[in-house]
Design a protein around this ligand. Structure first.
Ligand code: SF4
Length: 345
């Protein structure tokens, strides 16, 4: 079990709900645009938002942004330790730094001291492109180098008496990310922020994120996730939430199980499944409904569905927990099935 870490009013680690994160792509000092984007992300279920702090105005804007949003804010800082300190002073709930690009241990210690004073957590974010020098000399550009970099930084932070740490070891390689996160999980109990970085755009980017994040979550690794897409951040959050559902980390929804259909199917299975999916999209409790093409495999394959349908010759059967209980004409199937859903939702 990982340690619990507080980020504003959200707790991660220690078995808490896995928090979905995203990052704004507005100039942070454009408060109106940044708040507008954060509000859209809140609406689709973003739990924690990160903003880039590239200059002093960005750091100062955090104070105003925080007044207008409801979710915790993480400041993302590279190179300039003063911006990290200013972000904490402006009210960031967590900061994300890569210690490897802060210019000296003394300056890093100043950042840590400030976070300690304000009770703000720090994410040590190590990426393939910015490894600790000794780690990359010893392990090259490998998963071990990523993990070793993070472990060396933990050591430094702990020596400063700082323990509110979240870790991330990310690479654009799915395999390397998974391997590095597994090493980290075997060596520390700090919570991990997981994701495949710079995964690109389109279907491949989603596949990389689903496989990278999904495999780790199935292993029980990962306390907060970010799907990183070259796309509108709203899509990152929507897709992240689908990953959580797919791996059973979010059960409060109605899952539609449907077969791909084949030559045995005698009704409009694809259209019916899509309409059923739309109908149940706002249900927020654990339910399963099945839409199956035929009775050959349908009820048996979807035994654990709360409710299901399977096509037959001119008729469609409805079943519950794998047992057939009602037969309807093919023409009436959708209307009748939606009525049945109303009884169980
Ligand atoms: S349930 Fe029936 S229609 Fe659907 S794929 Fe299986 S055999 Fe084909």
């Amino acid at each position: 079990m990982t340690k619990q870490i507080k980020i504003g009013n959200v707790y991660i680690g220690a078995g808490n709900k896995i928090a979905v994160q995203s990052m704004t792509n507005t100039a942070t000092n454009n408060v109106a645009e940044t708040v507008k984007q954060i509000k859209m992300l809140e609406e689709v279920g973003c739990d924690v938002i990160r903003v880039a702090v590239a200059n002093q105005n960005d750091a100062l804007a955090i104070k105003e942004i925080k007044k207008q949003i409801n979710i915790p804010l993480v400041a993302d800082i590279h190179f300039d330790y003063k911006l990290a300190i200013l972000s904490v002073q402006s009210g960031a709930d967590k900061i994300r730094i890569n210690p490897g690009n802060i210019d000296s241990d003394e300056h890093l210690a100043e950042v840590i001291e400030c976070a300690k004073k304000y009770g703000v957590a720090i994410r040590i974010g190590v990426n393939g492109g910015s490894l600790n020098k000794q780690s990359s000399e010893q392990y090259g550009n490998s998963a071990m180098a990523l993990a070793d970099s993070a472990l060396r930084y933990i050591d430094f932070f702990e020596k400063q008496g700082f323990f509110d740490i979240v870790l991330s070891v990310k690479s654009s390689s799915v395999q390397k990310t998974i391997e590095a996160c597994r090493i980290i999980a075997s060596k520390t109990d700090y919570p991990q922020h997981i994701g495949v970085t710079e995964s690109g755009c389109g279907e491949l980017a989603k596949a990389k994120s689903a496989i990278g994040i999904g495999s780790l979550l199935v292993d029980g690794i990962g306390d907060t996730i970010r799907v990183s897409l070259t796309d509108d951040p709203v899509n990152e959050v929507i897709f992240a939430k689908e990953i959580l559902k797919a791996v059973g980390k979010d059960k409060d929804f109605c899952e539609v199980i449907s077969c791909p259909s084949c030559g045995r199917c005698q009704f409009d299975l694809i259209g019916t499944a899509q309409k059923v999916k739309d109908y149940v999209k706002d249900i927020k409790k654990p339910l399963k409904v099945a839409v199956m093409g035929c009775v050959v495999n349908g009820p048996g394959e979807a035994k654990d569905a709360d409710l299901g349908l399977a096509g037959g010759k001119g008729k469609v059967v409805f079943f519950k927990k794998g047992e057939v209980y009602r037969t309807v004409e093919s023409n009436d199937v959708l209307n009748e099935f939606l009525k049945e859903i109303d009884f169980i939702k």
